[in-house]
Design a protein around this ligand. Structure first.
Ligand code: G5P
Ligand code: MG
Length: 227
C-alpha cells in the first residue's frame, strides 16, 4: 500500500500559502484543505458556527481553537486513509496538539516573507467570495478586470487586507506561530523557506516535496524501504 503523506503550510497572511498549496495540489495530486476557505464557507452558509466565525474573521481576529478544530478535524477524520496538505491549520499550539492526537505530520513548511512584501501583495488582492479563488492585480490578474474567471461574478476585497488590520494580524501571527514552529522543529519536520517571490520559492518547495514523497518519474508514490 502506498505510504500516506501529510503536510502543512504555515505562514503569515499573504505569505502565499494558498498560491503554493494550489501548485502543490496540481503537481503532486494532493488534496488540500484551507482553513480560511472552510471558515468563509461556514460564514456563507450562515450556520450557527458561521455567525460566530464571522464576528472574528470580520475583525481580523483568530477564530477560537475549539471552533477551528471542530471545523477541521472531522474533515481530516474522513480522509484518514488519504494523503493531504493543510493550508492555514494548525495556527496555534492548541490546534497543533489536537491535530497531533489525530495523526502525525510528515512535513511542515513555514513561509518567511518580509512585511513590506506582504503589505504590497494584500493591497492588490481580490477574491471571488463564493469559491475563495484569489487574484492579484500584478501577479495573477483576472482575465476581465473585477470579474471571476470561472463564473464572471464580481470580485471583492477582504476588510482584513487593509493595512492597519494587516499589521495587527502579523504581530499576532508571530506570537502564536512561534510555539507551533518550536513543536515541529523538535519533531524534525519543520522546513522554513524565505523569499519575496513565490516563483523563486517554488522550485525549492517542489524539490523538497519530491524528496519527501519519494516520487518516481511516473508520479507514483514509492514507499520507503530500508537499505
Ligand atoms: P486565511 O484565508 O487563511 P490568511 O490571512 O492566513 O487568511 P491569506 O490572506 O489567505 O492568509 P495566503 O494564503 O498566505 O494569504 O496567501 P495567498 O492568498 O496565496 O497570496 C496572497 C496574495 O499575494 C494573492 O493575491 C496572491 O495572488 C499574491 N501572490 C502570491 N505570490 C506572489 C508573488 O510572488 N508576487 C506577488 N506580487 N504576489 C503574489 O484566513 C482568514 C482568516 O480566518 C481566520 C483568521 O481570522 C484569518 O484572518 N483563520 C483562523 N483562525 C484561527 N485558527 C486558524 N487555523 C485559522 N485559519 C484561518
Ligand atoms: Mg489563503
Amino acid at each position: 500500500m502506498a505510504k500516506l503523506f501529510r503536510a502543512a503550510i504555515m505562514g503569515p497572511p499573504g505569505s502565499g500559502k494558498g498560491t503554493i498549496c494550489k501548485r502543490i495540489a496540481q503537481s503532486f495530486d494532493l488534496q488540500y484543505l484551507s482553513s480560511g476557505h472552510y471558515l468563509r464557507e461556514s460564514i456563507a452558509a450562515n450556520t450557527e458556527a458561521g455567525v460566530l466565525v464571522r464576528t472574528y474573521v470580520e475583525r481580523s481576529m483568530m477564530v477560537p481553537d475549539h471552533v477551528m478544530t471542530g471545523l477541521m478535524l472531522p474533515r481530516l477524520e474522513q480522509l484518514i486513509s488519504q494523503s493531504w496538505l493543510l493550508d492555514g491549520f494548525p495556527r496555534t499550539l492548541s490546534q497543533a496538539r489536537a491535530l497531533n492526537s489525530l495523526c502525525q505530520l510528515d512535513l511542515v513548511i513555514s513561509l518567511n516573507i518580509p512585511y513590506e512584501t506582504l503589505r504590497e501583495r494584500l493591497s492588490d488582492r481580490w477574491v471571488h467570495a463564493a469559491s475563495g479563488r484569489v487574484y492579484n492585480l500584478g501577479f495573477n490578474p483576472p482575465q476581465v478586470k473585477g470579474k471571476d474567471d470561472v463564473t464572471g461574478e464580481a470580485l471583492i476585497q477582504h476588510d482584513d487586507d487593509k493595512p492597519e488590520a494587516l499589521l495587527s494580524r502579523l504581530r499576532y501571527y508571530k506570537d502564536v506561530a512561534k510555539p507551533v514552529m518550536d513543536l515541529y522543529k523538535s519533531q524534525g519536520i519543520l522546513h522554513a523557506v524565505s523569499g519575496t517571490e513565490t516563483d523563486k520559492i517554488w522550485p525549492y518547495i517542489n524539490s523538497l516535496l519530491s524528496a519527501k514523497m519519494h516520487i518516481q518519474p511516473s508520479g507514483a508514490f514509492q514507499t520507503q524501504t530500508p537499505p
